[in-house]
Design a protein around this ligand. Sequence first.
Ligand code: AHM
Ligand code: MG
Length: 332
Amino acid sequence: MSITTLGQFIIEKQKDFPYAKGELSRLLRDIGIASKIISREVNKAGLTQILGDHGSVNVQGEDVKKLDIIGNETFIWALAKGGEVCAMASEENDDMILLDGEFSKNGKYVICIDPLDGSSNIDVNVSIGTIFSIYKRITEQGTEATQADILQSGNHLVAAGYVVYGTSTMLVFSTGKGVNGFTLDPSIGEFCLSHPDIQTPKDGKVYSINEGNAAEFPQGITAYLKWVKENDKSTSRPYSARYIGSMVADFHRNLLKGGVFIYPPTAKSPKGKLRLMFECIPMSFIAEQAGGISTTGAQRVLDVEPTEIHQRVPVIMGSANMVNKVLEFMKM
Ligand code: AHM
Ligand code: MG
C-alpha cells in the first residue's frame, strides 16, 4: 500500500524535533481529529439546522454562525482533552482560554486558532477553513500560562497550518521544514499525504483582493491594480482576478497555482481587516515555508511583535515575484 496517513507521517517526522517528547505529534494528531469532526459537520450543515446566524455577535462585532460555535467548541474540547496545550486563543473568544485540567496545566504548548474562517460563506456552500498556529509556552510548565505565552511573533512558531473544507477536505501544515498537504479520505476517515513538499510558484497570474473597497485603497495598491489590468499587451490577458472571500480557500489556490493575496488597509479598517495572530501569522509561515513572501507592506508579517490578541494587520502574500511587484508600486 502506498498511502501515508497523517499519523504515520507525524511519527516518521518526530525525529526532526529532538526536544519534543511526542507532545507535538500528539497535538498535531488532536488537530487532525478536531478537523475531521468539523469536516463532518460542514458536510452535513444544510441538513442539520446548523446554518444561519446563531444570534450572538463575536468580539469583532460580526454575527456568529452556529458552525462557528461548533468549530470553536470542538477545538477547545480536542485540545483540552489532549493535554499538550496549556492555553489557547481563539478568534471567537475575547480573551485567552486557560486549559487548566490535570494534564493541560503542564502542557508545553499554546495554540492560536481561527476555528472557522470565512464564515460568511457557510450558508452558501462555499469553501471555509480552519487556521492554527502552535508556539512553545515561554512561562514555566506547571505554572498558569499568561498572555505573554500567546503574544509571540511568528518567528517563534513551532508549527502552523490550515484545513480547507472544499471539494475535498485538506490539511496543510508546516513544522518549519517545508509544507505538506493531506487530503481526507472519507472512506477510511484518515488524512492521507497527497501534496508532499509544496513549493509555491515564484510567479502567478492570479490577484486576490476585495476590489469593492477600491475607493479606500492606498495609492500603491490602486496603482498596482491599474497595472495588472493594463498589462495585457501579449496575445492573452496575463492576470485574472479571483476572490472567494474565504482567506483559506483564496490562499490555498494561490499557494498551489501561484498568485498574490492582498488585504490592504481601508478607511473602514485602517490597520487591515485580517487578524495577525489567527490569520496572518500562520498563513505567512506557510507562504514562506513554501518559498513565497508575506509582508504587511512595511515589514515581514512574521517579524511583527504582537501587542494584543485580536490585533489586525494589512497583508500582501503569495508568489515572491508578484508580492515584490506590489511592493514596488507601494514604494513609488
Ligand atoms: P472571518 O474570520 O470573520 O470569517 O473573516 C475573515 C475573512 C477572510 O476569510 C477573508 O479573506 C476576508 O474575511 C474577507 O473579507 P471581505 O469580505 O472584507 O473581503
Ligand atoms: Mg477568520
